[in-house]
Design a protein around this ligand. Structure first.
Ligand code: AMP
Length: 356
């Protein structure tokens, strides 16, 4: 991991009035660039190969400049160029996934957020340790496949976007589906409705919903469209479909805006607070956007199956704000909120609190 002291030294030489917000051209980049422009920053798109042409279709989300890269390794070599432009990198899910966590941790360029979170997030066991020790309820894990006594979801480690997950109802099902030698987790399949809760923790802002030394905002909520599980019911019973060779998959194809019952909001805020507080004890704290992915059962219990500690693509429907962020400030997307935090850091000389 690149030392924070080294990053802060780099920041000292930056012209803070000419910061450039940079991210990889993918995932939630339109929202990040749009938000950065609204907050008065220059923007730089990092494009691997030539997928930047499509930004012409969305002028208000198009970066001012594009840096073309042949591969992600290129990014390490371009560090000096990025530093010369006073670049702050904004990570998003695809950025970290495509680049790989170790390379991302080593990247010698100031980056928004705490990179130490990656170590706790990329390993499913450590993530569970973090969330459960924060008092968060999670789907039960079944260690021994012979003891499968209810529907379970088998998740391969490192599988992204639900690719390759499968549902099993008993040991036989499990044996039929499992790929030998692939590390996996067997989790109870929680029946309920899914909510992906988007939060923002600021260690700088002091007014609002206080959490330790900063404040937490509820930015928005989405639900993922997942193919083909979401539409499978139209063809008939899952068991019958299995016989015909159709298996459920959980591949994310889009996101829809949702709101949750208002009486559940205190629980939503409590969960965010607990996770932030525990992150501060474990690794110095999460900074900026994060998302709790959960299922609400008919007993109105929340089961959190994952955390994502950066901007999620599920925040893309809210480029002009959400029913929650509208109650803090109109027109505030998560992408814009990140750039607002950079402006606050400049105002209070507090970059050390939000950059690693
Ligand atoms: P994940 O990769 O952990 O985000 O999971 C991908 C998708 O699988 C989620 O968006 C949910 O639709 C589904 N899922 C994950 N865990 C569970 C669970 N324990 N019970 C039911 N569905 C789940």
């Amino acid at each position: 991991m690149v030392a924070k002291s080294k990053i802060l030294k780099m920041l000292e030489s930056y012209d803070k009035d000419k910061l450039t917000v940079a991210t990889l051209c993918s995932h939630s980049s339109l929202q990040i660039f749009n938000g950065a422009k609204k907050e008065g920053f220059r923007t730089l798109g990092l494009a691997v190969k030539d997928n930047y042409r499509y930004y012409d279709a969305f002028p208000l989300g198009k970066p001012d400049e594009v840096m073309k890269l042949d591969s992600f390794e290129d990014l390490q070599d371009k560090a000096d160029e990025l530093l010369a432009r006073n670049v702050i990198i904004i990570p998003h899910g695809s950025f970290v996934e495509y680049m790989g966590a170790p390379a991302f941790e080593r990247m010698p360029v100031p980056t928004f957020g705490n990179r130490k979170v990656l170590g706790w997030e990329s390993d499913r066991n450590k993530m569970r340790e973090w969330l459960e020790s924060a008092g968060i309820d999670m789907p039960e894990v079944i260690e021994d496949p012979k003891k499968i006594d209810r529907p379970v979801l088998v998740k391969y480690h490192g599988a992204k976007g639900g690719r390759g997950f499968f549902i099993a109802k008993d040991y036989n099902d499990f044996k039929m589906g499992i790929e030998a030698d692939q590390p996996h987790t067997i989790q109870e399949y929680v029946l309920g409705t899914r909510y992906y809760l988007h939060y923002f923790y600021s260690p700088i802002k002091q007014d609002g919903f206080r959490v330790t030394d900063g404040t937490m905002e509820l930015m928005s909520m989405d639900r993922r469209d997942e193919s083909n599980i979401d539409e499978m019911y139209k063809l008939g019973a899952a068991e019958e479909l299995k016989r015909l060779g159709h298996y459920p998959t959980f591949v994310v194809t889009g996101n829809v805006s949702v709101v949750i019952r208002e009486s559940l909001l205190p629980k939503v805020l409590d969960m965010g607070e607990q996770v932030v507080m525990r992150s501060q004890e474990l690794f110095g704290g999460m900074i900026g956007p994060f998302c709790l992915e959960c299922i609400v059962t008919y007993k109105l219990q929340f089961k959190v199956f994952e955390i994502s500690s950066r901007i999620v693509a599920g925040s893309n429907p809210f480029i002009s704000g959400s029913p929650y962020s509208d109650l803090v400030e109109l027109n505030m997307s998560t992408g814009r909120r990140i750039s607002r935090e950079l402006n606050l850091a400049r105002q209070y000389d507090a970059f050390a609190k939000i950059i690693t």
